[in-house]
Ligand binder design. Structure first.
Ligand SMILES: NC(=O)c1ccc[n+]([C@@H]2O[C@H](COP(=O)([O-])OP(=O)(O)OC[C@H]3O[C@@H](n4cnc5c(N)ncnc54)[C@H](OP(=O)(O)O)[C@@H]3O)[C@@H](O)[C@H]2O)c1
Length: 257
C-alpha cells in the first residue's frame, strides 16, 4: 500500500523527462496511471518502468495523443474515465519551447505553437477534468517554468506561455477552492531532459552554463522535480493552493551583476 493506492493520476508528457520521472514516483506509491505522449515507444517504456514498481497491469493506461489537437485532448479524458472511472490528480506537464524573439521571422507561427501546446491544451484538459476532480476532491499540478517568472532570451512565446500557466494556476485555484479542488504549479529551472538539447548544445555545455546561471551552481535533475509534484498532489499539501513552487537552485531570485 502506498500513499496514492486507489488514486488515479493523469500525466501528460509522460513519455520523457520530468513527466516520465513523475510517473515512476506515483507508481511507487501505488497510483493508477494514465500516461499521455505522442511517442508510443517511449510512452511504453515509461509504462513498463511503472509496472516494474509493482503496479498491476490494469493500473497503467497509455494514451497516444497530441496535446495540440482538440479531439485528442477530449479522448485523453474519455479514455481515462472509461478505464478507471475517476480522476484524482491531473499533472499538466507536456510542453515545449520554440527559440524565438520579437524580431524573428517566424514569430507568429512560434507564438501560436507555444501557446497552443503550453497554455491552450492545459486549459482544455483542465476544463474537461474539472467535474471529475470536483467529484474526487482531487487536485491539479501544472508544470510551468522559471520562464514564467523571469525572462529567458530568445524564448519570447515560451516565456509568455509559462507566465500564462502561472496565472491560470491562480485563476483555477481561486475558482475551485470552494469545491475542494486544489491547483498548484512547479517552476523548474534548467533540468537535464531532452528539451535542453534543442539548441544543439552538449550535456557538458548545458551543465557548464547552468553552473553559472543557477545560484546553487548546477543544473537540476528530474528526480528533484518529481517529488515536489507528488508532494503538491498529496495530502501533505492539503492546505496549499494557488502556489507556484520554484525548483531551480535559486535561479528565480538571482539578478545579473
Ligand atoms: N527541462 C527543463 O529544463 C524544464 C525547465 C522548466 C520547465 N520545463 C517544463 O517541463 C515540462 C516537461 O518537459 P521536459 O523537460 O521533461 O522535456 P521533455 O523530456 O522534452 O518532455 C516533453 C514531454 O512533452 C510531451 N509533448 C511535447 N509536445 C507534445 C504534444 N504536442 N502533444 C503531446 N505531448 C507532447 C513529449 O511527448 P512526446 O515526445 O511523446 O510527444 C514529452 O513527453 C514542459 O512543460 C517544460 O516546459 C522543463
Amino acid at each position: 500500500m502506498g500513499e496514492f493506492t486507489g488514486k488515479v493520476v493523469l500525466i501528460t508528457g509522460a513519455s520523457s523527462g520530468i513527466g516520465a520521472e513523475t510517473a515512476l514516483h506515483f507508481a511507487a506509491e501505488g497510483a493508477g496511471l494514465a500516461l499521455v505522449g505522442r511517442d508510443e515507444g517511449r510512452l511504453e517504456k515509461t509504462a513498463q518502468d511503472c509496472l516494474a514498481k509493482g503496479l498491476a497491469k490494469d493500473k497503467v493506461l497509455t494514451i497516444k495523443a497530441d496535446m495540440c489537437v482538440e479531439d485528442d485532448v477530449k479522448r485523453i479524458m474519455e479514455s481515462t474515465i472509461t478505464h478507471f472511472g475517476k480522476l484524482d490528480v491531473l499533472v499538466n506537464n507536456a510542453g515545449g519551447a520554440s527559440p524565438c524573439s520579437l524580431t524573428s521571422e517566424n514569430l507568429m507561427e512560434n507564438y501560436d505553437r507555444d501557446v497552443r501546446l503550453n497554455v491552450r491544451s492545459v486549459i482544455q484538459l483542465t476544463n474537461l477534468a474539472t467535474p471529475h476532480l470536483i467529484a474526487s476532491k482531487g487536485n491539479v499540478v501544472n508544470v510551468s517554468s522559471v520562464c514564467g517568472i523571469r525572462v529567458m532570451a530568445n524564448m519570447l512565446p515560451y516565456n509568455m506561455a509559462k507566465a500564462a500557466v502561472d496565472q491560470l494556476t491562480r485563476c483555477a485555484a481561486l475558482e475551485l477552492a470552494s469545491k475542494g479542488v486544489r491547483v498548484n504549479a512547479v517552476n523548474p529551472g534548467t533540468i537535464m531532459t531532452p528539451i535542453q538539447f534543442m539548441y544543439g548544445h552538449s550535456d557538458e555545455q548545458i551543465r557548464e552554463r547552468a553552473s553559472k546561471t543557477h545560484p546553487m551552481g548546477r543544473a537540476g535533475e528530474t528526480n528533484e522535480v518529481a517529488p515536489a509534484i507528488k508532494f503538491l498532489a498529496s495530502n501533505a499539501a492539503s492546505f496549499i493552493t494557488g502556489e507556484t513552487l520554484s525548483i531551480d537552485g535559486g535561479r528565480h531570485v538571482a539578478c545579473a551583476r
